[in-house]
Design a protein around this ligand. Structure first.
Ligand code: PEP
Ligand code: MN
Length: 264
């Protein structure tokens, strides 16, 4: 299989702009769950850039549990992300939820995010495979390692070899945390596959106060990067405020991550 170490023994390094994912550098992708307004995304982008992030995350198309919840700013959100990219030099990662929007989202973003709920949306996987954009493939909430690797295989088989895995927690009996972050997937994937592995401690815990520890644990486990939710005012966030770091908390976490990475 194309995803496997047997097919390719060296690590895949995904080059985006001047950055390389899967190489020496550990990338931090940070930003709000949802793009909410121009001021919100620009303020967050400047703050996370200042703290050392290399990518800006933010959802313009949101897969929400309730159809009555905020569904995202859609194309306006993509334009705001592009503006933040222009202003800060941060690269952008954002989710695409619908095959009809793949071209539109690919036009604005540097990395296409496939959300957990769509990990086995094979039609969508085949569609993102046709773009030249790297893909961040989140783990389905109840997907096994094998199913997850086969989802990546769909994208690679479709001609796009720039795929990275993202562990974001799975559903277990534990309900103190939103999901159970399965950090064993980091070394497991690294042994079975040549593709980079990113960890999302925000959706992986659902609680902001647990995020810095899990981010450090992910780096210690060998993750190639972290994707984390940051909001200038988490209490006012339209989605996932409870798991979002404030800017000061994010900045502290970044300092700790740098020390850890240097020590490894
Ligand atoms: C998100 O990144 O905001 C998101 C919806 O993540 P997931 O697909 O992992 O739930
Ligand atoms: Mn979110």
């Amino acid at each position: 299989k194309l995803v496997s170490r047997e097919f390719q023994s060296e690590n895949t390094i995904i080059k985006i702009g001047e950055h390389e994912i899967g190489g020496e550098e550990i990338h931090v992708m940070a930003g709000p769950c949802s793009v909410e307004s121009r001021s919100q995304i620009l303020e967050t982008a400047h703050a996370v850039k200042e703290a050392g992030a290399t990518f800006l995350r933010g959802g313009a198309f949101k897969p929400r549990t309730s159809p009555y919840a905020f569904q995202g700013l859609e194309e306006e959100g993509l334009k705001l992300l592009a503006e933040a990219r222009e202003e800060t030099g941060l690269l952008v990662v954002t989710e695409v939820v619908d095959v009809r929007d793949v071209e539109l989202v690919a036009h604005y973003t540097d990395i296409l995010q496939i959300g957990a709920r769509n990990m086995q949306n094979f039609i969508l996987l085949k569609e993102v495979a046709k773009t030249n954009r790297p893909v961040l493939l989140k783990r389905g909430p109840s997907a096994t390692l094998e199913e997850w690797m086969m989802a990546a295989e769909y994208i690679m088989d479709g001609g796009n070899y720039q795929v990275m895995f993202c562990e974001r927690g799975i559903r277990t009996f534990e309900n103190y945390t939103r999901n159970t972050l399965d950090l064993s997937m980091v070394p497991a994937l690294h042994s079975l596959s040549h593709l980079p592995v990113i960890v999302d401690p925000s959706h992986g815990t659902g609680r902001w106060n647990l995020v810095p520890s899990m981010a450090k644990a992910a780096v210690a486990a060998g993750a190639d990067g972290i994707i984390v939710e940051v909001h200038p005012n988490p209490e006012k966030a339209v989605s996932d405020g409870k798991q979002s770091l404030t800017v000061p908390n994010f900045t502290t976490m970044m300092d700790e991550l740098k020390k850890l990475a240097d020590a490894l």
